[in-house]
Design a protein around this ligand. Structure first.
Ligand code: AMP
Ligand code: MG
Length: 340
């Protein structure tokens, strides 16, 4: 069969169109990454599409700027200035993050408290100079700790003498939200931001499917995998930072009531929700509360899901996760719904 010249031209045009569509699709789905170290943890930014390279560069700059402002160990950071007695504005980086942290303190009944630094400092978790403090030292530090020592002024925050704030329990989640927002503002529709145990997704995966986020098993491998659209998956674990002395292990999440590492029976607490900052603060808070109180809290706050591993190997998960949480095969027999 011989094709007419017109038909040949039409076929060629169709072919060219199909090729262009495929190229455009590949361009939209092309994956770009950036990896660096900030906020004391490896950071991995992944974004898709033609806007990604520029957007990623800006997001990295933003994370580094937030680190400089929020770090308790950088001498002239916003947090250090606040801790040195200066007033900081409510609408600046640190003011807004501190506001969110104080709100989470209210919501968690004090299990999360950003003003624990006088006690935390004694254990050396932010400096690496680990020590088990004497009870008298802890008692004295507790008298200076607690959000009641943070004063709201007309336009900002100021601390009572001796008080000190540390945003270590919320900062990475806060930065993950800021990075995701920055990527969106710069034209990205699909992205994953990961800062240590803080994962924040933007949009669905290219093509519309959910992301799959693995939750680390402290004994190796994964506890399970969480499927999520746009949102956050944040884990706090006692294996992240700890030291051992005389056969005892001491970790970086403190019970605000005792000023000592929280011993609630939790090894790892993962929170799934919309925003990284809230999930970050909450994963720290659930670690302090323990499985039972966490179950109560989550029942009253159904906007969050959670996966909790306790020291006996029981793996609790909230019912609202449904098929979005798949426990690893090795952990399946010990997996159970969190709650009564
Ligand atoms: P995360 O790894 O997010 O659970 O945060 C742990 C960090 O938060 C610690 O290294 C401290 O800087 C800080 N922190 C420890 N205990 C608490 C607490 N109960 N409330 C708020 N922040 C805390
Ligand atoms: Mg946290």
């Amino acid at each position: 069969m011989k094709l007419s010249r017109k038909t040949c031209l039409a076929l060629a045009a169709l072919l060219a169109l199909a090729l262009c569509a495929r190229l455009e699709d590949a361009r939209r789905k092309r994956r770009h990454t950036r990896a660096f170290f900030a906020m004391d943890t490896p950071v991995a930014l992944t974004a898709y599409g033609p806007a990604a390279p520029r957007a990623l560069e800006r997001a990295e700059r933003l994370v580094r700027r937030l680190e400089r402002e929020m770090s308790v160990t950088v001498a002239d950071s916003g947090v250090s200035r606040l801790n040195a007695g200066e007033e900081i504005p409510a609408d600046g980086t640190v003011g807004r993050a501190l506001s969110a942290a104080l709100e989470m303190r209210e919501k968690t009944g004090g299990a999360f408290d950003p003003a624990l630094y006088p006690a935390l400092r004694l254990w050396g978790f932010t400096t690496g100079k680990y020590a088990v403090p004497a009870q008298a030292e802890i008692d004295a530090a507790l008298r200076l700790s607690g959000a009641a020592r943070v004063r709201k002024t007309e336009s900002g925050f100021r601390l009572n003498s001796g008080a000190a704030v540390d945003l270590g329990g919320i900062g990475k989640g806060w930065a993950s939200d800021a990075a995701a927002d920055c990527l969106r503002e710069n034209g990205v529709e699909s992205a994953v931001v990961s800062l240590g145990g803080n994962v924040r997704t933007l949009g669905p995966r290219p093509g519309g499917a959910k992301w799959r986020v693995g939750v680390r098993d402290p004994e190796g491998g994964l506890l399970g995998v969480i499927a999520i659209g746009e949102g956050a998956v944040v884990t706090s674990g006692n294996y992240e930072r700890f030291f051992e002395k005389d056969g005892e292990r001491y970790w970086h999440i403190l019970d605000p009531r005792t000023g000592k590492p929280a011993r609630s029976g939790v090894v790892s607490a993962t929170v799934i929700g919309k925003r990284g900052a809230a999930c970050d603060a909450l994963s720290t808070a659930l670690f302090v509360m323990g499985p039972e109180k966490s179950a109560d809290w989550l029942r009253k706050n159904p906007g969050y899901g959670a996966v909790i591993l306790d020291e006996n190997g029981a793996l609790y998960f909230t019912e609202n996760l449904g098929a979005d949480f798949v426990p690893d095969e090795r952990r399946r027999a010990a997996a159970r719904v969190l709650g009564p």
